[in-house]
Design a protein around this ligand. Structure first.
Ligand code: ADP
Length: 294
């Protein structure tokens, strides 16, 4: 199984003529509530890709419908707890030109404790993977406890913050970053410098750098495997990275060779960017197979 310690957010999306200004009150012309959060998106992508995925997280009991939505997508949610803290949520203003401005409240995502982690890993077996991002509490414990249990540890430090530098990064087996996160993590500017830094200081760990429409690069031992992105008409790149991670890890954790797993990740995320939205843009396995057969 893949045990994902991840955020579950409720995205409140408001269409507005312009972003609200200091002291101003404006009317929104359209409102939508969507399931979001990098954690939930990655669990959905893993489930769509056919993986046995267990989500560990927390939401407020009033928002049980969002847990149901995850279950409906095929995610095992026995590790999703009810919290008295409001659910994690984002207030998102979207203008007619498609620009957004976001206020994010971590809420229940920040109530995961070292004990939650221990309980979730209690019956894990040595073939299991642990995955986490940077949107929940006790990430240090997730990395440490997973390593102690000799599970495979995948980490996606998104959204990137200074606190990532203080995590026990030596516990990670697989790091997955986009170019911005890679630059912040290595404190380097160019891709060449970033790659050199990873090769020198992260050689015990496999590193995947996603490069948007330029594709993806994986540093694996002495190897550097590159896969180009598929050429598509992108309309909304939200959750491209989450889709890539789910599809890649589903394949890679079941021993598909790296290049093939990277290609599946690129195909799934190429489909996702041709569709609006986050979770709802993640394709099914059938769609990915059909896309790759073309
Ligand atoms: P993030 O969404 O985390 O910023 P990226 O932008 O690097 O991550 O995108 C992740 C993956 O999604 C890329 O490696 C690529 O395979 C795919 N992708 C992203 N943007 C495009 C695009 N415009 N066309 C085709 N594939 C894309």
């Amino acid at each position: 199984a893949i045990i994902n310690f991840g955020s579950i957010n409720i995205d409140h999306v408001y269409q507005v003529d312009h972003f609200v200004q200091p002291g101003e009150t404006i009317a929104s012309t359209h409102y939508n509530q969507l399931l979001g959060g990098k954690g939930a998106n990655q669990s959905i992508a893993l489930a769509q890709a056919g993986a046995d995925v267990r989500h560990v997280g927390s939401i407020h009991e009033n928002d049980a419908t969002f847990k149901q939505a995850l279950i409906k997508k095929g995610v095992d949610c026995r590790g999703v707890h009810c919290s008295e803290t409001p659910s994690g949520h984002a207030i998102i203003q979207v203008t007619p030109s498609g620009e957004n401005a976001i206020v994010l409240f971590g809420g229940a995502n920040q109530t995961i404790t070292p004990k939650t982690v221990a309980k979730a890993l209690d019956d894990a077996s040595s073939s299991d993977w642990v995955l986490t991002q940077n949107e929940t509490s006790s990430i240090d414990e997730v990395l440490r406890q997973a390593k102690e249990k000799q599970l495979k540890v995948a980490f996606n430090p998104a959204p990137m913050s200074d606190s990532v530098h203080r995590l026990p990064l030596d516990c990670i087996d697989l790091l997955i970053v986009n170019e911005t996160e890679a630059a912040a993590l290595t404190k380097k500017d160019t891709l060449d410098e970033i790659v050199a830094e990873f090769k020198q200081h992260w050689s015990n760990c496999e590193v995947i750098i996603t490069l948007g429409k330029a594709g993806v690069m994986m540093l694996k031992g002495e190897e550097c495997i590159e896969v180009s992105a598929f050429s598509v008409d992108a309309v909304d790149t939200t959750a491209a990275g989450d889709t890539f991670i789910g599809y890649f890890l589903s394949a890679y954790s079941s021993h598909t060779d790296a290049k093939r797993a990277l290609t599946r990740g690129c195909a799934a995320s190429a489909i996702a960017v041709t569709r609006e939205g986050a979770a709802q843009s993640i394709p099914s396995q059938k769609e990915v197979d059909r896309f790759l057969a073309k």
